[in-house]
Design a protein around this ligand. Sequence first.
Ligand SMILES: Nc1ncnc2c1ncn2[C@@H]1O[C@H](COP(=O)(O)OP(=O)(O)O)[C@@H](O)[C@H]1O
Ligand SMILES: [Mg+2]
Length: 471
Amino acid sequence: MDAIIVIDSDIQKCSCIKAILEFVDYENIHMAGPDDWHNALLSPDQLKAIIIAESAVREAPERLSALREWAPQAPILMLKDVKSRSRLSKEISSQVLATIEYPLKYQDLTSTLQQAEVYCASQGKAQAQGGHSPELFRSLVGNSRGIQQVRRMIEKVADSDATVLILGESGTGKEVVARNIHYHSPRRNRPFVPLNCGAIPSELLESELFGHEKGAFTGAISARQGRFEMAEGGTLFLDEIGDMDMQMQVKLLRVLQERTFERVGSNKTLNADVRIIAATHRNLEKAIEEGAFREDLFYRLNVFPIEMPPLRERAEDIPLLIKEIIKRLQHENRGSVSLTQSAVMALSQYHWAGNVRELANVIERLVIMHPYGVVDMRDLPEKYQVDPGSEEAAVPDYTMIRIDEPEVTRIPRNGIDLKEHLSNLECSLIKQALEDAEGVVAHAANRLHLRRTTLVEKLRKYGIQKADEVT
Ligand SMILES: Nc1ncnc2c1ncn2[C@@H]1O[C@H](COP(=O)(O)OP(=O)(O)O)[C@@H](O)[C@H]1O
Ligand SMILES: [Mg+2]
């Protein structure tokens, strides 16, 4: 699965895109007109992605369903003219994995193609397991090493009935992981029942978990099933397990050991065929030392621990997550927004104490503040604009140039040598682009929207070394 097909009636545009894709090391690129992709000598299961021009779809939306039918596994990417103001209908956007702007931007292009690869991988896996929904697997977005590792752990543990303990700061995606485990397990057709142990008063938690008989306590006017019964055959997700009081911990431990329980007020023993996934943002080992968590329960739960890395340790996932969050808002018809590169860069530098949840809140707020608008770094809420801990914030006024944002430069009191300043700026941007591109001049040129030869010229002018010269 490594082929990409580019579909557009404008053949010149097709070959331009093909050239760029090859330039950034994609191979096996095919081109076709909107109605002759059948003729491409290509089997659909070779496809990694279908890139189709928005105009071709707007002319005849049924082309999308035809493509879907032909290659149901391949993600469809929509090529949208930057200047195009038209909005995709809900029906169309639900069939498209992502949109790419034309003219192409290096980062946009590679991150979207990465997304397509992740999608393909999840599709392949879903097929192998009998074709259940890839949607949910896709919902754990991220390509960072940390997330890839989590994904591997999910795959490893899903098939078994092992108890899983998910650890990590709030908002890192612990519940997303729990749901993924369930939907990749043989229990996927049975219920997934979440319960937030911290949100329920401890005197009610027991009946919430195990249910009660009529009259078991004041207010128990009728018999009621607990979460263990509701989850029978499926998965019970005990969120914020670290907030459970010691008394309940004993009772839970008993169920884990004996796999049986009783409703409150009943002496009939029920069997629990339930897989347990627990999560907490607390440090349980510390809680054990402090006498707030039972060690024996910890060992019962900690059979297969999964640690969610905080978002600031996987900043490379931030652009993908922003895309995903915007896509979800679009799907829910709650509007949309786009972010400039510098806005995305600023958000990628933030420390995200509230992790993905905080990021989602910021994006939701931007959608409300700038409906269908373009958000630049300066439009972000102030605290996201410059990381107070960053080096840029610590340096004096004159040097405080955000290199991704030349507009914010202030002319110092005694004036500025414009020419010198601009060449410094140019030089620093070039160095940055080279760094980002790991010294590959062609990629750096792409990042700066320059021709390669122009960049080489400038490197010579500023005496900057390029990596491919050194090696
Ligand atoms: N890797 C991810 N991909 C997509 N969405 C995510 C990811 N991680 C978290 N989210 C989203 O962030 C929010 C918080 O995630 P959640 O699982 O509730 O975090 P936690 O349980 O760790 O507090 C949810 O809206 C979730 O959909
Ligand atoms: Mg949670």
